[in-house]
Design a protein around this ligand. Structure first.
Ligand code: C2E
Ligand code: SIN
Ligand code: SIN
Ligand code: FE
Ligand code: FE
Length: 389
């Protein structure tokens, strides 16, 4: 009977096949999951960076706003999560309001948002803790055996999506590192420069995201995408790239091509790896292409002006110039933070985005912390290259 073949069914997770941020994909998963777990009102995923002992919200799905925008914590400062990590076992709380007295402010914020039940699952990649997935319900006592089995499966789906994204970042960084190791570019710009400027970029992006109501994913994406801003320098001849003195007009014109060369290289790689559909792709590409555009339109390669310059490129420009000023280069000595701050304030009048500069200047303790953590190794000029996460 023909009637047995039906094509009327719509794929409720079709959105997972399309380009989109992790938060958009989680929204789709939460909508699809509502048929079996309609009591789940919030799903959130946080990733763990073991080098900094830092747990950071990456993406979430709620129906009424994010109770914890820009949330991050040291795992060692969060005993309840540390216990989950050490035991490797999920945590079930069927009435959050009873523990409120003993818990940290972030749990209080969850309760203040009206959530009553919480299911927390540790996430692993290569047998290492890679983060946590949080499920919350506004109803108490909803986390029964059958519900938990469904949530475990949803959590696995989300963790696979996260792992896919992180693996993509690692693949691209690995390929770029390989390309870089065949050029002399790794000598003038050390891994420590990339670490610092990517953390400066993340710091700026976090504040911008709060200003604009953007997702936490934006700041993490900036951390991953910003180290590639100068990858096009591998196409610049040594005698220009490593020239100890000032560049001539023609040499500087040749140097400018590192922006368009960088975009070419990145676009090429993204398409070779079939990563073009990732939401990271246009950000990486824009950062390489536009990180030397100036707010007044006097920059290169396109002379874009103001908000026509993609925000990711404006962020990287501020972070990169600040670190270029405070670092030693083959053509200049390192400036003090005070001198660099003064220069940045002047550059905010015409070159750099005012808000990006303001955020850097307002967060000097965090800047100094990043500088202390990622120092140039004076004996070799190298540090470990940046890694994803
Ligand atoms: P870079 O060394 O990574 O510097 C990045 C950006 O930091 C520069 O972009 C510039 O905007 C800012 N910057 C660096 N040093 C100073 C400084 O002493 N004063 C001020 N106000 N800003 C500074 P820019 O100028 O477009 O240069 C792009 C790249 O071209 C530089 O990347 C560097 O690799 C190369 N370059 C620029 N000038 C020279 C030079 O005089 N000699 C050599 N050998 N290379 C240069
Ligand atoms: C979160 O839900 O995003 C973290 C707060 C918690 O520890 O439950
Ligand atoms: C770069 O050298 O610009 C990229 C290297 C990396 O991301 O590890
Ligand atoms: Fe550059
Ligand atoms: Fe740079």
């Amino acid at each position: 009977m023909d009637a047995e073949i039906g094509f009327n069914r719509t794929d409720i997770l079709a959105q997972l096949n399309q380009r989109g941020s992790l938060s958009e994909k989680m929204q789709a998963i939460r909508a699809a999951a509502s048929s079996c777990c309609d009591f789940i009102h919030r799903i959130s995923v946080a990733i763990y960076d073991p080098r900094l002992d830092l747990l950071k919200t990456l993406a979430h799905s709620t129906d009424d706003g994010n109770p914890l925008p820009g949330y991050q914590t040291r795992l060692s400062d969060t005993p309840s999560l540390k216990r989950i990590f050490l035991s490797g076992k999920p945590r079930i709380i069927n009435d959050l309001s009873v523990l409120i007295e003993s818990e940290q402010t972030h749990t209080k914020r969850i309760v203040d948002h009206g959530y009553r039940s919480s299911y927390t699952i540790p996430m692993y990649a290569n047998e290492q803790l890679s983060g946590f997935i949080f499920f919350n319900s506004r109803l108490p006592n909803v986390l029964h055996e059958k519900a938990l089995t469904n949530l475990d499966m949803i959590a696995r789906l989300i963790s696979l999506l996260v792992e896919l994204e992180l693996n993509m970042v690692k693949t691209i960084h690995g390929a770029l590192r390989t390309a870089t190791s065949f050029s002399s570019y790794r000598d003038p710009e050390t891994g420590a420069h990339l670490e610092r400027m990517s953390h400066f970029s993340r710091l700026i992006a976090k504040e911008i995201a709060l200003d604009c109501g953007m997702d936490d994913e934006f700041a993490e994406t900036m951390l991953w995408a910003s180290p590639m801003h100068d990858i096009g320098k591998i196409a610049i001849p040594d005698h220009i790239l490593r020239k100890p003195g000032k560049l001539t007009h023609d040499e500087f014109e040749a140097m400018k091509a590192h922006t368009t060369k960088g975009r070419e290289l990145i676009d090429n790689m993204l398409s070779n790896f079939n990563f073009g559909n990732s939401s990271l792709a246009p950000m990486m590409s824009n950062i390489a292409a536009y990180h030397h555009e100036n707010m007044d339109g006097s920059g290169y390669p396109c002379g874009l002006k103001g908000e026509d310059i993609p925000i990711e490129a404006r962020i990287v420009a501020a972070a990169d110039v600040f670190d270029a000023l405070t670092s030693k280069r083959c053509y200049k000595e390192a400036w003090s933070n005070a001198a660099a701050c003064k220069e940045l304030r002047a550059l905010a009048e015409w070159k750099l985005d005012k808000r990006c500069v303001e955020i850097l200047l307002d967060n000097l303790p965090a800047i100094i912390d990043i500088q202390a953590r990622f120092q140039d190794d004076v004996t070799t000029g190298h540090t470990n290259p940046p890694s994803a996460g």
